[in-house]
Design a protein around this ligand. Structure first.
Ligand SMILES: Nc1nc2c(ncn2[C@@H]2O[C@H](COP(=O)(O)OP(=O)(O)OP(=O)(O)O)[C@@H](O)[C@H]2O)c(=O)[nH]1
Ligand SMILES: [Mg+2]
Length: 566
């Protein structure tokens, strides 16, 4: 095993301008984003006491959900630069529940504005990695909204746990953690007209003369390393959006030059403006090279209508041969939309823009083969709210099992382990979600170590042991007999059960008997504070102290008070 070489970052950064250009480019149009929903508020344990009525029941309010993080599409934006200002975005915390049955206020949502055409991937801190991650959604139209990190669920207060069986529950939940994840956003620029051509043809110059964009212009290839969007204001119209695509060269479709990274961007343009440098050695040859590269990359792209211009006719030698070039280009292109211009001297440029606008408006909206079917972004979530789980085990650590699953891990985090009732409830959830059964199926035994998140448990398969010792099978007989109405004898959890109770259970395992409480007599809401049934409860440490010294109409317990529970 050899340690990986690690170079100082300065050495790692590219030495060739092309490499630098690619890095810059990727940085421009993709960005990582860390989103986290706010944690939910904690539930409250408190009991209300009114004048003359010492105990009026549980009154702990529930904590509220934490704020979520959303992405929202805003058509006024055309870059991700706003998002890049803040890599970490969090929803705010939900308020804790309070005494007197008051629930907390919901945490505030955060909405991040992104431009149309933003693709959201889950995972991938760097652009290079991101391509391998799952696409979670795309924001296409103004107003599209997508939930990317749900706020944590608010913990319930003890009021919510009141039941006929337990009228004075001493249990509350902690707030759940908000979802947290890395996203990678990628923007496909949307323009009406994609400006393509060899490096140095004059694409950026044209954009700077005809639109509000201020692209970098220079006398060397690959001046443009990021696609620039520019809006050309035409009288009485909405304007024409031009997209200056960095220079294409032979081999671009194989990833040479700026390669795939830009070709992708041209995909959305309704039409292409193909700029031919009239001063180059072989204008028509260059024209053909670019078209071949488009074809190799994507047939759909190659079939997009083009307008062709011969640029730099302000130069004497270009002007002289322009007519010949135009004729050849018309032949090569198979249409007659070929114009001579001088981007630098703005010759013929206004005329060109009007024609482009008219032509663009006549084109149908570009329909791309979708990466994913149309989905409702409100429901399509990065979030998976299922109780799915899986069990990890390692043969070299027998008797140790790890349960992995968002739901069960969330519940474990929300459980107040100091309340015995909460622990019991957690046990029931382990049963109900099928985790217990699955553990047994995989061979877990009583006393094995079960790990969920950072919590450890002893495994006790108690109620669902499918192995039935022979002596119990004999008991089954009795149960079945009883079900047939033949005998009155019943078995419960190791002891005889009173005949007056209704017992339901799994006949294969007498130990699984459960008393059906709904049919139990004598549990009336009014009965619960019968003093004879009350016993002293000592632990008040977790009680809500916010409402000390309330007036007559309500009272929240304080440390040192006596409290009774059934
Ligand atoms: N004489 C003349 N020069 C021009 C004209 N248009 C552009 N140029 C020059 O050509 C060179 C390249 O222009 P750019 O606009 O940067 O070319 P580009 O196509 O954007 O090049 P890349 O970004 O490298 O792909 C610059 O020196 C411009 O000044 C023109 O109409 N006439
Ligand atoms: Mg340029």
């Amino acid at each position: 095993y050899l340690p990986a070489l690690s170079l100082p970052s300065k050495l790692v950064t590219s030495t060739s301008p092309l490499r630098a250009a690619q890095d810059d480019y990727q940085f421009f149009d993709t960005t990582p984003l860390n989103v986290a929903g706010g944690p939910g508020g904690t539930g409250c344990v408190s009991f209300l006491r009114e004048k003359g009525e010492p105990l009026k029941g549980p009154s702990g309010g529930s904590g509220s959900n934490g704020g979520s993080v959303w992405l929202q599409c805003d058509e006024r934006l055309n870059t991700l630069s706003g998002v890049r200002q803040r890599i970490h975005v969090k929803g705010s915390k939900g308020e804790n529940g309070k005494g007197k049955s008051r629930d907390g206020k919901k945490g505030r949502d955060v909405v991040i504005k992104v431009p149309p055409g933003t693709i959201v991937r889950e995972g991938g801190k760097t652009a290079r990695e991101a391509g391998e991650y799952k696409v979670a959604g795309e924001l296409k139209k103004h107003g599209d909204k997508m939930l990317v990190a749900r706020g944590g669920r608010g913990g319930r207060g003890n009021k919510a746990f009141k039941s006929p069986k337990n009228k004075a529950p001493c249990i509350a939940e902690r707030g759940g953690m908000g979802a947290q994840r890395w996203l990678n956003l990628e923007l496909k620029l949307v323009g009406d007209v994609g400006v393509i051509g060899m490096p140095n043809a004059g694409k950026s110059t044209l954009l700077s003369r005809s639109t509000n964009a201020k692209p970098k212009i220079a006398d060397y290839a690959f001046t443009t390393i990021i696609p620039n969007l520019g809006v050309c204001d035409l009288e009485g119209g909405e304007g024409l959006v031009l997209c200056d695509i960095p220079g294409l060269i032979e081999g671009a479709s194989d990833g040479l030059g700026m390669g795939h990274q830009f070709l992708r961007h041209v995909q959305r343009n309704k039409l292409l403006l193909h700029i031919v440098d009239g001063s180059s050695e072989d204008p028509v040859g260059n024209f053909n090279i670019i078209n071949r590269e488009l074809e190799k990359f994507d047939e759909l792209l190659a079939s997009r209508p083009q307008v062709v211009v011969v640029n730099k006719i302000d130069l004497e030698e270009v002007r002289e041969r322009s007519e010949g070039i135009i004729g050849e280009l018309k032949k090569a292109a198979g249409h007659s939309r070929v114009l001579p211009i001088s981007a630098m001297k703005s010759e013929n440029v206004k005329e060109l823009m009007f024609r482009l606008k008219k032509f663009a408006d006549a084109q149908p909206e570009v329909v791309l083969p979708e990466a994913m079917p149309n989905t409702d972004l409100g429901t399509l979530q990065v979030e998976a709210d299922s109780d799915a789980f899986h069990i990890e085990t390692d043969p070299s650590y027998p008797g140790q099992w790890r349960i992995v699953g968002e739901y069960i891990e969330g519940i474990a985090k929300m459980t107040h382990w100091e309340y015995p009732e909460a622990v019991e409830r957690f046990g029931r959830i382990i049963e109900a979600t099928g985790i217990s059964a699955e553990l047994e199926k995989q061979g877990a035994e009583e006393g094995d170590l079960i790990m969920i998140d950072k919590f450890d448990f002893d495994f006790s398969p108690a109620k669902t042991n499918p192995y039935i010792p022979p002596e119990l099978l004999a008991q089954d007989e009795l149960i079945l007999a009883r079900e047939r109405g033949e005998k009155e004898l019943r078995w419960g959890t190791g002891q005889m059960v009173d005949d007056s109770e209704d017992v339901v259970g799994d006949p294969r395992s007498p130990e699984a008997w459960v008393v059906d409480l709904s049919k139990e007599p004598g549990f009336d809401d009014e009965d619960w504070d019968d003093e004879a049934e009350l016993e002293l409860l000592e632990d008040f440490s977790a009680f809500d102290r916010e409402d000390e010294g309330e007036g007559d109409e309500g009272y929240v317990f304080e440390e040192g008070d006596e409290m009774f529970t059934s």
